[in-house]
Design a binder for this molecule. Structure first.
Ligand SMILES: [Zn+2]
Length: 86
């Protein structure tokens, strides 16, 4: 199954619900898309250093391109399990 590709500069506004890193690059699961998107840098490469950052404003996914050092930030939507509190 070929994943769609999305360039970093075209990806503003996406809400990330999940991600995975593989030998083929970084794949994002985003709100409103039923297929994973492979994130490609403006330099054409697709490998990223990934950090998840939690703050009081919400979670974010911080990305740095392995090749050219370009940075990107995407908001993350946490899909929390709704566990009733005792
Ligand atoms: Zn790059």
């Amino acid at each position: 199954m070929a994943a769609r590709e999305i360039r970093m500069d075209a990806a503003q506004g996406v809400i990330v619900q999940g991600w995975r890193s593989s030998e083929d690059g970084l794949f994002l699961r985003v709100r409103g898309q039923d297929a994973e998107l492979r994130l490609v840098c403006i330099c054409g490469r697709g490998h990223w250093i990934v950090h998840e950052n939690d703050s009081e404003k919400g979670a974010a996914l911080l990305l740095i391109c392995h090749h050219c050092g370009a940075r990107g930030t995407f908001p993350m939507e946490r899909v929390r399990a709704s566990v009733p509190r005792p």
